[in-house]
Design a protein around this ligand. Structure first.
Ligand code: PMP
Length: 437
């Protein structure tokens, strides 16, 4: 195939140079900085349905979807109208509103796994609060997390984490007191022996085990159902709470997320991303009994000036109402299966050393010969060089993937057959470029 020219980044580059004067690394969240892919970050001007346009006027089909929230695509009619309708009534009160009740009712009446919920403003906050709740309930300090799982940037959880940390090759953060990190036990995924040993080594000390519904911040690490069921069993036996971090999987694997997928009842579930329809919302939920420990009912304190923000609630209600319609998820899955299957067939025909893994409407390209990747260690960092080439080739063909090979792609309800057909053709061409030599 003919070499394709790089897209123009004149305006984006200029804006990025400006931004460097204002923000560390020129960004307000690290992985946006395009540090592990070619070129400077694209400054996005607007999005509509599955498409985004950057400051240079380049148009892309978007598979990043704001890292997951936009399961309905950009500028969804109902979400936009709900926000516009709410705007003249005020932006924030710091007092209860009916909208909070409405969103909570929509969630709780369609979810068998939690009885009460508390809204916060980000996934980080949701998980941080869930960990505090687990510690408060069990009166224990230690937590177990899994290598590669990312749970936001609170202190206890920035140990051997995925997302931007693995992308930049420093999987733990500076600035986390050793005393905090010592309370976080990190083990590999998919390893029942390691889990059993951790419970033996720290008997009676583990407040919670936290796992991503489906680990999706260090590649897509699909776990066996039997392993998750074992995790449920061993936590129960040890009086340890099981936390499902469903910030990505919540309302993505279905309205009841990964809990339903595995048929496992976690003790606490955290949500983010989709729950706010693109606005900043997170949440955590559990049984009435566990949630009764939260202030003002109980002794575990957690609060937020902007929690339950009316505009964010209005967006969340409008989004989740659409997701709750019968057949919504089946349609997303069918679409994704067809997309993934066509690419998988192409890869097989060409004998390329790359796999595409997927679940629900999430997908991930892994440059590997392995047929399954279940833990962080199975990913060869050098394989990210291939992602880097693929990412550039895709941008040049009008396809926007997240700027890290450790991050997953998302298909939204707004991706049309035409969008997906064009994306498949571009992905095929990009893979040919990757494996040219
Ligand atoms: N948990 C998981 C599983 C996540 O994927 C993320 C964000 N990618 C977070 C927590 C943190 O959410 P936020 O970025 O909204 O703080």
């Amino acid at each position: 195939s003919n070499p394709i020219e790089d897209i123009s980044r004149v305006k984006s580059t200029e804006l990025f140079e400006q931004a460097k004067n204002y923000f560390p690394g020129g960004v307000n969240s690290p992985v946006r900085a395009f540090k592990s892919v070619y070129g400077s970050p694209l400054f996005i001007e607007r999005g509509d349905k599955a498409h985004v346009w950057d400051a240079d006027g380049n148009e892309f089909i978007d598979f990043c979807c704001s890292w997951g929230p936009l399961i309905l695509g950009h500028n969804n009619d109902q979400v936009r109208e709900a926000v516009i309708k709410q705007l003249p009534n005020g932006l924030s009160f710091g007092a209860p509103t009916q909208l909070e009740n409405k969103l909570a009712d929509l969630i709780l009446s369609n979810n068998r796994f939690i009885e009460k919920i508390r809204f916060v403003s980000s996934g980080t906050e949701a998980v941080m609060s869930a960990i505090r709740l687990a510690r408060g309930v069990t009166k224990r300090d230690k937590i177990i997390k899994f290598e590669g799982c990312y749970h936001g940037h609170s202190d206890s959880l920035l140990v051997k984490a995925g997302s931007g940390l693995v992308t930049f090759g420093e999987t733990s953060s500076a600035g986390v007191p050793k005393a905090f990190a010592d309370e976080t036990i990190v083990i590999a995924l998919d390893d029942e022996t390691a889990l059993t040993k951790a419970f033996e080594d720290f008997q009676g000390q583990v407040a919670a085990v936290i796992i991503e519904g489906v680990p999706a911040n260090n590649g897509l690490l699909l776990q066996d159902k039997s392993y998750i069921q074992f995790l449920r069993k061993i936590t129960k036996e040890n009086g340890t709470l099981l936390i499902f971090d469903e910030v990505i999987t919540g309302f993505r694997l279905g309205f009841e997320g990964a809990a339903n997928y595995y048929d496992v009842q976690p003790d606490i579930i955290t949500y983010g991303k989709i729950i706010g329809g693109g606005m900043p919302v997170g949440a955590y939920g559990a049984s009435n009994e566990i949630m009764s420990n939260i202030s003002p009912d109980g002794a575990v304190y957690q609060a937020g000036t902007l929690s339950g923000n009316p505009i964010a609630m209005a967006a969340g209600i409008a989004a989740l109402t659409q997701l709750a319609q019968p057949g919504f998820y089946e349609k997303q899955e069918e679409k994704t299966d067809a997309f993934v299957t066509e690419i998988r067939n192409f890869i097989a025909e060409n004998n390329f050393e790359v796999k595409i893994f997927s679940i629900s409407s999430i997908f991930w390209f892994a440059f590997t010969e392995l047929d399954a990747i279940k833990k962080a260690d199975d990913i060869i960092p050098a394989s990210m060089e291939n992602y880097k080439i693929m990412h550039r080739e895709l941008l040049n063909r009008g396809i926007y993937f997240g700027p890290s090979g450790y991050e997953v792609g998302f298909i939204s309800a707004a991706h049309t057959k035409e969008d997906l057909t064009k994306a498949i053709a571009s992905i095929k061409e990009a893979l040919v470029e990757v494996f040219k030599n």
